[in-house]
Design a protein around this ligand. Sequence first.
Ligand code: SAM
Length: 316
Amino acid sequence: MNRPAPSFTSKATSVTAGSVARRETRATTGVAGTLRALDVRPSRRLGQNFLSDPRVAERIAALALEGDDAAAPGASAPPAPGPILEIGPGLGALTEHLAASGRPFVAVELDLRLAEHVESLLRPYPNARVVRGDILDQGLDALLPGSEPVTVVANLPYVITSPAIAWVLEQGPRVTRAALMTQREVAQRLAAKPGTKEHGSFTVFLALHAALRIEFRVSPGAFHPRPDVDSVVFTVIPRPYPGTTAAERSAVERIVRAATGGRRKTLANSLGHGLDIGAEKARAVLTRAGVDPGRRAETVSVEEWIAVARAEGGTG
Ligand code: SAM
């Protein structure tokens, strides 16, 4: 980078000195300063884009702590406040807001250097603790024993967005709400409409088990280091797809996996191959379900997949 040429006028010198002082202040405070004090370089592999805008942190924490449950179709009342689980507390941008609620709180952090830092932040909160490890290796009941409903909060490392959401949904009915953030493109895939190129098997899986609502957008300037793209905060309210049984939902998952695994273009071919029943039988199942066998898998809606599962008859 080109440095500005030194100036020898007293006015300009004082401006230069001031700007140096400002730069030093920046380097010793905020996210950059904390990273420097901890001697930590952000890891791309661990998705370490730390939230540096306190207003965004407050907004996410408020969404997790107070959010209404309008996104949950059929939900009769908001769940009672219960324990909170934070995935990847990092430098603690969200952590103290959550721990200060007084609710039982656990944060799971894979980076041991950051886990130690967050542990020191949490010392004043007897309700809070840090677990070192990979969230995907944990079980909710070991992290937060009991039966109270749990809220999950995370600025997700975007590399594990889908596995982390699948983890949340696999923990069973105890998780009643998740307030999450990830890159905008990734969130758009999660909420994609059938027929768009973002609509995939994970979109269907998610819709079967949860209602998702996009809440607000966050610009790259709210993070350090600054990512290339916008992020999005969204809520996930786990619930079974209305009107379906557990057997139907697992049949849909099996069928969607079978139909989207290969490169075959039409549903009849991909399903016939994936289910090992041949294109003719697949065509018959699809026709019984009212789904055109010549369509492509990514155009099929959740309701239509449910109809296919019922027509296939393998729903127990
Ligand atoms: N919550 C902090 C914030 O908002 O500034 C940090 C968010 S940063 C996007 C993601 C955090 O998740 C990092 O601290 C990273 O070390 C941690 N992390 C990455 N993979 C993880 C995993 N598998 N399990 C738990 N934590 C993980």
